[in-house]
Design a protein around this ligand. Structure first.
Ligand code: XIL
Length: 365
């Protein structure tokens, strides 16, 4: 992880004093370059990230502004991670800890310890937790693949959902029940998975019914990627959830992951029209995994400005349709799942980027 922070590493070697100042503070300025005279690079200490609290701005608008978290949250060498999370976000999602393999690797017993630690920290800090995710083709333990019949897999899926939702029932009130069930193939049929292959297309309805039975008060979401704008895949998701509503399946929202890059054009892709059609079905919508990768081999300042514009346009669109949440997929660039693209609003040393300013400005409006 540290290897993606060469500047920090250099600072660590050359000038501990400079490092401390850059990491504790950080205005919009990039981290100080290594210097033989550390004192000249000292910046005034400020609270993690920025004097502005995005969380306060989001609270004022009634918006869930969240971030996905990973084990760095509990790393004693990374206190700025939790400081930044708690200062700027009123919602939290576990990046991996609540996936099937994370909670239920052993068929006979759930392992809730790490997920509980994340959820309890969030509750203690007054943050809303999004549960992610109950049924996904990825991150499945080997035992799921050994099941041979529809009946057994349906029962296993229902038991998994019931066990997880029941366990978190007092603390988690929003769930991604089914994740990425629609494929990218032409015509966008449902994606092959043990669930589709063995149970059939009704695994989706059955998953939502099981989650609803375990916690009738929870908001239940379908979540997917490349569905942010109007396109064939979002059409397929639209038809899927419209059918579910017609069948009386308990679904309450749709999550749009928004894993993007700086070439994405929020207006051109017609994101607002897309989100609005789901709102018109009576569903909540959230941007659930926002990150915007910089494109390689382009001037950095231009790319950071484009990144800020994508964040601004996406958040504005989200607010325009009264979305329920805007969640970034990580806290800070260095341990993003796409760290090379530096896709988040805080940089490697937790300093706010131009995208942070764009988000703050949009929330203030
Ligand atoms: C990703 C995590 O960020 C990675 O750490 C992990 O290795 C794979 O999963 N869509 C989702 C998320 O719904 O759960 C994925 O998270 C990213 C794509």
């Amino acid at each position: 992880m540290r290897s993606v922070r060469p500047i920090l590493k250099t600072l660590l070697l050359l000038a501990p004093l400079t490092l401390g100042a850059a990491r504790a503070g950080g205005g919009a300025a990039p981290p100080a370059a290594p210097t033989m005279n550390p004192a000249s690079a000292v910046q005034p200490a400020r609270p993690a990230g920025s004097a502005v609290s995005l969380r306060a701005l989001a609270d004022a608008r009634g918006l869930l502004l969240g971030a996905a978290v990973n084990p760095t949250l509990f790393d004693p060498n990374e206190p700025d991670y939790a400081l930044t999370l708690n200062r700027h976000f009123n919602a939290v999602v576990a990046e991996n800890a609540m996936k099937w393999a994370g909670l239920h690797n052993n068929r006979e017993a759930f392992a809730f310890g790490f997920a509980d630690a994340i959820v309890n920290a969030a509750v203690k800090n007054g943050q809303t937790v999004r549960g992610h995710t109950l049924v996904w083709h990825d991150s499945l333990p080997p035992w799921v693949y050994t099941i041979q019949t529809r009946e057994e897999l349906l029962r296993a899926m229902q038991d998994h959902i019931t066990g997880v939702v029941t366990h978190f029932r007092d603390r988690v009130h929003i769930w991604d029940v089914v994740n990425e069930a629609v494929s990218d193939a032409p015509g966008h049929p449902l994606r092959p998975s043990p669930f589709l292959n063995l149970i059939g297309p009704d695994f989706i309805d059955e998953a939502f019914r099981a989650a609803h039975a375990a916690d009738p008060g929870a908001k239940l979401y379908y979540n997917d990627y490349n569905t942010d704008g109007l396109n064939g895949k979002s059409d397929a998701v639209y038809e899927l959830v419209r059918g579910m509503l017609a069948r009386g399946v308990p679904i309450h929202g749709v999550g749009f992951q928004a894993h993007l890059n700086t070439d994405f054009d929020v207006t051109g892709a017609q994101v607002q029209a897309n989100l609005q059609r789901f709102r018109d079905l009576g569903l909540d919508v959230q941007m659930t995994e926002v990150d915007v990768q910089l494109r390689p081999a382009r001037p950095e300042a231009d790319e950071l400005a484009r990144q800020a514009a994508v964040y601004r346009d996406l958040l504005r669109t989200c607010l325009n349709v009264r979305c329920a949440g805007f969640i970034t997929w990580g806290v800070t660039d260095f341990n993003s799942w796409r760290a090379a693209g530096r896709p988040l609003i805080f940089d490697d040393v937790y300093a706010p980027k131009p995208a942070f300013a764009a988000v703050a400005q949009e929330l203030r409006k």
